[in-house]
Design a protein around this ligand. Structure first.
Ligand code: HEM
Length: 414
């Protein structure tokens, strides 16, 4: 079984493994890493929504290794990683979420829609004459990166830097055992050092940008976050830095995956693609089906606050538990014919954006980006096809499901 967990390059094999685990070991302890894994929809849903039994606050913080707190850099790192919204429980989470939500309003999002259209058009204009592109490098990566960069207020020309950080942090080469038990197994692991250095680079980058805003506020999210106030409370500078880092990372790589998985799903299901070009009103439903069928975030983690029994198995207190969204979203106990890609599926209660108090803040933005870009791509590159000359290269790491590259061809035009 252990070998199968590491065989993430084979997508079909992975879904078959999920199926077997749902049927035979829906709650499984990976003895190698000491982490637990949960596969069924109902259990994953409980894991991510019941914050009393399953805490988001990481007890083992990968970037805050023992000993590092004694140095000024270590202290800074501890403050910034320890207070990420994604790793908070109530009541702290509620207070923080209210603060950041006040800078993340539907109005701020709707203002972006014309920019999303303009950026997509710009990227398509560059792509059309070529007849072949790398869909990830040329469209799926730059679009959400430019959008989140503009939203935050950082220069879009710093894109190569963001890519370097995102690739470096999310394509990690550490096993679960090394990553989640840094004190025991990776104390001197050069890969862990590399991750910490990248994290510090990002922190320093945002610290400098925020200092500029503190002196002279602008019309951007960094300034809004600095000014955010609920019941007289402001965010500390470390909180704002930590949130900017999360937004930058969560705001582009996941949506890159959603866009490239959409292209893969439509390539594999030409009927669905033909239907979408005739009936663009089906686009929102198609995007929900991509999110279910090829969930961009594969798994989420929580820590048990007490002994918990799930599917007849008791997970001890203080255990690290992964909930596989990708498996939950293919659970036949929840979805009829889950392996079928059906753009008209109703209801489609997938949990690709999570559920409960940590439900993705950026979900409306991702949905907006995909629902603007996809019809433009279908209309302007009508015969776009994935070029299968070489096997598709999956994103490394265990948490995200996307491609490093997606070579596509189409009839060149002006
Ligand atoms: C939370 C997925 C896009 C920002 C989450 C969670 C998931 C998720 C599963 C829940 C984490 C948990 O329960 O521990 C996705 C997917 C996306 C996407 C699949 C695209 C297809 C975005 C974008 C942004 C964003 C575009 C920002 C602009 C966040 C933030 C949280 C979050 C800040 C933390 C919310 C909290 O803890 O209260 N996302 N996300 N995400 N997402 Fe996204």
């Amino acid at each position: 079984m252990q070998q199968e967990l590491t065989a993430l390059q084979d997508v079909q094999g992975m879904y078959e493994w999920f199926q077997r685990m749902r049927d035979t070991q829906p709650v499984w302890l990976d003895e190698n890493s000491g982490c637990w894994h949960v596969f069924r929809y109902a259990d994953v849903n409980t894991l991510i929504t019941d914050s009393t039994l399953f805490s988001s606050e990481r007890r083992q913080r990968p970037f805050a290794r023992p000993g590092t707190r004694t140095s000024p850099t270590g202290e800074k790192r501890e403050r910034r990683t320890g207070r990420s919204i994604i790793a908070m429980d109530p009541p702290q989470h509620r207070q923080y979420r209210n603060l950041v939500s006040s800078a993340f309003t539907p109005r701020a999002l709707s203002r972006l829609s014309h920019r999303i259209t303009a950026i997509t058009q710009e990227l398509l204009d560059q792509a059309r004459p070529a007849g072949q592109i790398d869909f990830v490098t040329d469209i799926a990566y730059p679009l959400p990166t430019m959008v989140i960069a503009e939203m935050l207020g950082v220069p879009t020309s710093d894109r190569p830097l963001f890519k370097q950080w995102a690739d470096g942090l999310l394509n990690r080469q550490l096993s679960d055992a090394e990553f989640f038990r840094p004190d025991e197994t990776a104390a001197h692991n050069p890969e862990m050092e590399r991750l910490q250095t990248l994290f510090e680079e990002m922190s320093d980058y945002f610290e400098a940008k925020l200092e500029e805003r503190r002196l002279q506020p602008r019309d951007d999210m960094m300034s809004a976050l600095l000014a955010a106030e609920v019941d007289g409370e402001h965010l500390s500078i470390d909180d704002v830095i930590s949130f900017c880092i999360l937004l930058l990372l969560a705001g582009h790589v996941t949506t890159t995956n959603l866009l490239s998985q959409s292209i893969r799903c439509l390539d594999e299901h030409p009927d669905a693609r033909a239907q979408l070009s005739q009936q663009p009103e089906l686009i929102p439903g198609a995007i929900e089906e991509v999110l279910r069928y090829a969930s961009p975030v594969w798994r989420l983690a929580r820590t048990t606050t007490a002994d918990v029994t799930m599917a007849g198995v008791t997970i001890p207190k203080d255990s690290f538990v992964f909930g596989w969204l990708a498996s939950a979203n293919r659970d036949e106990r929840q979805f009829s014919e889950p392996a079928r890609f059906d753009i008209t599926r109703t209801p489609n209660r997938h949990i690709a954006f999570g559920h409960g108090i940590h439900f993705c803040i950026g979900a409306p933005l991702s949905r907006q980006e995909a629902s603007i870009a996809l019809p433009m791509i279908i209309q302007q590159l009508p015969d776009l096809q994935i070029s299968h000359k070489e096997p598709l290269q999956l994103f490394q790491g265990r948490n995200l499901f996307g491609f490093q590259h997606l070579p596509v061809t189409f009839t060149a035009s002006k």
